[in-house]
Each structure stands twice: as C-alpha cells, then as structure tokens.
Design a protein around this ligand. Structure first.
Ligand code: NAD
Ligand code: DAU
Length: 332
C-alpha cells in the first residue's frame, strides 16, 4: 500500500485519477488542490473518507507543500492552469501555478527524496499539418504555441533539470486531449453537450478542421498508474489512444447522439494562434511498459459522457452562465 499525493485532484483529470486509484488499488490518497474556478469538491464526493483526504492549498506555497510531500510515497502532479483560452486572456496565473508551483513541488521532492510523476500535455510539441504522416513521439522537439503550452513546456524542462542536476526520482507523461465525466464546461466537449442541454447551439471555432487526439480520462489514469509502477526514472512517456477527430466531426457526433440535426451549430471567432492538429504515437508506453487503452470506440465513450452531463446538471450548472458570458464577450 502507498500514500499518493495528487495535486489538482479536484480538477477534471485529477479527480478521475483519484476515483480510479480508489477502485483499482489499495493506496491512500491526499489531494492538494487550491479549488480555483476549475476545482470542485463535489468531484470527490462519495469516495471513502478513510482513503481520500482533501487539503485545500496552493502548490506554490512551500509551507503547505513540504509536509505533504514528506509524508507521501509518491507525488502525482496534475495541478495546473489548464485552459488555452484563459491563457490568452490572462497569462499570469499560468506562470505562477505551472512554473512556480512545479518548481515548489520539485524542491520538496528533492528535499524528501519522494518519487515524482509530472503530468504534461502533447501541446508542448506544437502542432502538426493535417497530412503529416508523423505523429508526436518522445523525440519530437518542443515548440509550444500558447501561454498555457509554453508554461507546461517550461515545467517539463524543470523536471528534466531536477532529475539530472539533483537526482530527483521523476518521470513525465505527455497526454493528448481527455474526455469523460467531471470536465469543466469551459472545455470543448462539455461546452457543446451542455449547450445542447440548455437549448443553445454548439460553437465551433473557425472552420472546425482542427484535429485533437481524444482519449478517455480512465485510460489516462491507467497509463499514469502503469508509469508509476514500471516507468524508468528520468524517462518521458507519451499517452494516446489513436483517437484523432476533427472538431466539426465531434460537434456533429454530439448533435446526432443528442437527437439534434447535425448542422445545428454556429461557426464563431477562431482562437488566436489555434494549433491545427495534435497526434500521439504511444508506442514506447505500449511496448516498454505493456499499457493498452480500454476505450477504443470514441462514440460509445462520448455517449456515456453525454449521459453523465445529463444526469449531473447540479455539478456543472453553477459555472455555465459565467463561462458563456466570457465566450460571448470574445465573439465565441
Ligand atoms: P483542470 O483545470 O480541470 O484542473 C486543474 C486543477 O488544479 C483544479 O482542481 C484546480 O483547482 C487545481 N489548481 C490550479 N492551480 C492550483 C494551485 N496553484 N495549487 C493547487 N491546485 C491548483 O485541469 P485538467 O484538464 O484536469 O488537467 C490536469 C492536468 O493534466 C494539467 O496539468 C494539464 O496540463 C494536464 N493535461 C490535460 C489534458 C486535458 O485534455 N484536459 C490533456 C493532457 C494533459
Ligand atoms: O492536448 C491536450 C490539451 O487538451 C490539454 O493540455 C489542455 O489542458 C486541454 O484544455 C486541451 O486543450 P485544447 O485547447 O485542445 O482543448 P479545448 O477543449 O479548449 O478545445 C478543443 C478544440 O476545440 C480546440 O481545437 C478548440 C476547439 N473549440 C473549443 C471550444 C471551447 C471549439 O471549436 N469551440 C469551443 O467552444
């Protein structure tokens, strides 16, 4: 049995990970989360109190971080400012949390010799042309486009430097776009599902040709547990489930699954600097560590996600109006 410190465990992917750990291991979890607009206590409701504890605090505060890292066997670091559109509006919190927060955790892991796993994103590699036959691999050069992805790239480089210079026992994973329950309604898939539930039309940036490589959050969780158990210190692993879809196709699928005409959406102002395509080659994780995704049919996973938002309106409703007002002010 292990004690895992999960930063950002009240957010989308972090809370899915905590549920997954409780279901699939005997581990104890401490969640460290600042409960920003993106964090939600309700995402941890129903979990056993003798296995999961929530500490509300900032990962950039050593007085909070140090004792928690000291008592943990491993840190899994999800906490971040995570939304590209917000980073275009106000980049500063991205620097504070993604850079200084990661630095603070690394210093604590160095001090106490605690195993560290850093959760990162495929966006650090920039974007691909639609017809590029190559996908991102662990060897792809970093080339981030947005304030968000540049701070994630910076945090990855800090982890690599702390491994080499100070011997911190760290691994890194860079995953593609996640979908599933507990995702904030600012993000693409929940925004469109909740728009349809509310009777609004989905909003597609630009022509909708941008491609994202979708993976279910549970498959991300199983990959992270695999890396924690079997990953080699100092190594980076790319996580993906061969889920490339363009945004227009995803909106049409959501409309179809929700019984609406497939053209009942609006084209809106495009995102500045909008990355065209992400695609992950996860051969290293699959061949070296034996990981496989479980969700292979995007439409089935999407239908279950739609059901979750239909059944959990109380979870997302408090955020919906504010998010839509933010987007409306930008013509989106
Ligand atoms: P999210 O925005 O849903 O959750 C982030 C969580 O971090 C929230 O609970 C928030 O309260 C917490 N947090 C923010 N600042 C904090 C601070 N200073 N101290 C403590 N807690 C803080 O994000 P997400 O989509 O779940 O992403 C989680 C991680 O996974 C991020 O590191 C992100 O870069 C990475 N990632 C996300 C995706 C995706 O598709 N969403 C894909 C690949 C990687
Ligand atoms: O690739 C991993 C990344 O995936 C993570 O690192 C980020 O934390 C996560 O937010 C996500 O980034 P994206 O920018 O790809 O996700 P988002 O949900 O914001 O947008 C997905 C695509 O949909 C993108 O091409 C923009 C588009 N979009 C988004 C919104 C909110 C729309 O067309 N309409 C919308 O309303």
């Amino acid at each position: 049995m292990h004690k895992i410190l999960v930063t950002g465990g009240a957010g989308f992917i972090g809370s899915n990970f905590v549920h997954y750990v409780v279901e699939h291991t005997d581990d104890y979890v401490t969640v460290l989360d600042k409960l920003t607009y993106a964090g939600n206590r309700a995402s941890l409701e129903g979990l056993p109190e003798d296995r999961v504890r929530l500490v509300v605090g900032d990962i950039a505060d050593p007085a909070v971080v140090d004792p928690l890292v000291d008592e943990a066997d491993a840190v899994v670091h999800y906490a971040a400012e995570s939304h590209n559109d917000n980073s275009l509006h106000d980049p500063r919190p991205f620097l504070d949390t993604n850079i200084v927060g990661t630095y603070t955790l690394l210093e604590a892991s160095r001090k106490y010799g605690t195993r560290f796993h850093h959760i990162s994103t495929d966006e650090v590699y920039g974007d691909l042309e639609l017809d590029d036959p190559e996908r991102f691999t662990e060897q792809t050069p970093y080339n981030p486009s947005s304030p968000y992805s540049s701070t994630k790239a910076g945090s990855d480089l800090l982890v690599r430097a702390w491994v080499r210079s100070f011997g911190v026992q760290a691994t890194i994973s860079n995953c593609s776009n996640n979908y599933g329950p507990f995702q904030h309604v600012e993000k693409f898939i929940p925004r469109q599902i909740t728009n349809v539930i509310r009777g609004f039309r989905p909003k597609l940036y630009g022509a909708g040709q941008n491609v994202r490589d979708w993976i279910h959050a549970d498959d991300h969780s199983s990959a992270v547990l695999t890396i924690l158990e079997k990953g080699q210190i100092g190594q980076t692993y790319l996580i993906g489930a061969d889920g490339e879809k363009d945004n227009k196709t995803v909106v049409e699928l959501i409309l179809g699954l929700m019984g609406q005409p497939q053209d009942a959406y609006d084209h809106v102002t495009d995102r500045a600097g909008h990355d065209l395509r992400y695609a992950i080659d996860s051969t290293k994780l699959r061949t070296e560590l034996g990981w496989q995704p479980r969700y292979r049919d995007f439409e089935t996973g999407l239908a279950a996600t739609i059901d979750w938002y239909r059944n959990n309106e109380a979870w997302w409703a408090p955020s919906k109006d504010g998010v839509e007002a933010f987007y409306a002010a930008k013509g989106q």
